[in-house]
Design a protein around this ligand. Structure first.
Ligand SMILES: [Zn+2]
Length: 255
């Protein structure tokens, strides 16, 4: 799947380059099609080949195309967003929300969870939040969940008294336990699949609440210089929901 996408991207890049080189002269399409077909035939299961083609595509289509933009980015970054998203390979926010380089500071982890302020545990998340908020002064923190989240499914399936079978995963997903408790209280009689679906959104709300335990987040939300938003990307239906959060949640977008 990934190989096919990379192949298509590489083919598209070559196609565009040929078009520019030849300035779309008559008969050029045949040459373009030949190059495209040749690229598609090459097996790109080789990871180095995938990386190489991916970078060539980026360099040709973006880096060399917009030099002024990248010169500005080289001086400093001023991202508007800090985004917490799942590590799931199907939900990259830069693809799904079309963030350009420099627009979103990113933290990705299992089930897009934000732990509460704690200087002993989960310092990686704390460092990301501290830097994004105090140094970069992002305007929005978006926590975005997604459909069929394996981390949320593991949380919902985790027996209360289970001994950990993973070195890190169970301890991490337990950050979402308040969301699980709320879902079980409200949807305890619903099928497991529905409970997981509800928990995907509730866990986002738990993370938004946890964000308020960071003093620099809390003070900026209070004075209006920082907004918290929750979101859910459904990759089965191709839908997106976004809601705002301060003391209460309020819907912002449903598409
Ligand atoms: Zn996930």
């Amino acid at each position: 799947m990934a190989g096919n996408n990379s192949s298509e991207l590489a083919a598209e890049g070559i196609k565009r380059l040929l078009r520019e080189d030849e300035k779309m002269q008559d008969g050029n399409e045949t040459k373009v099609e030949m190059a495209e077909t040749a690229l598609r035939r090459i097996d790109i299961s080789d990871p180095i080949e995938m990386i190489k083609r991916g970078f060539y595509h980026f360099k040709n289509e973006e880096f060399d195309m917009f030099p002024e933009y990248f010169q500005e980015l080289a001086k400093a970054q001023h991202p508007k967003f800090l985004v917490f998203a799942c590590s799931d390979s199907r939900v990259c926010p830069s693809r799904v929300l079309n963030f350009q380089l420099g627009q979103a500071f990113m933290a990705r982890n299992i089930a897009n969870l934000v732990p509460g302020f704690n200087q002993v545990k989960h310092s990686e998340s704390g460092a990301v939040i501290e830097y994004a908020v105090t140094a970069l002064e992002v305007e929005v923190i978006l926590v975005i969940g997604h459909s069929k989240c394996g981390g949320i499914e593991a949380l919902m399936a985790l027996p209360d008294d289970a001994a950990p079978t993973y070195d890190f995963i169970h301890d991490w997903i337990k950050i979402g336990l308040p969301a699980k408790a709320k879902v079980m209280a409200e949807f305890g009689n619903e099928p497991f699949e529905i409970q997981c679906k509800m928990c995907e959104k509730e866990a986002v709300n738990v993370s938004l609440i946890n964000l308020l335990t960071y003093p620099y987040v809390r003070s900026r939300v209070a004075n209006g210089t920082l907004k918290l938003m929750g979101g859910h990307y459904d990759f089965i239906q191709g839908r997106l929901q976004v809601w705002g959060f301060d003391a209460w949640t309020k819907p912002l977008l449903c598409i």
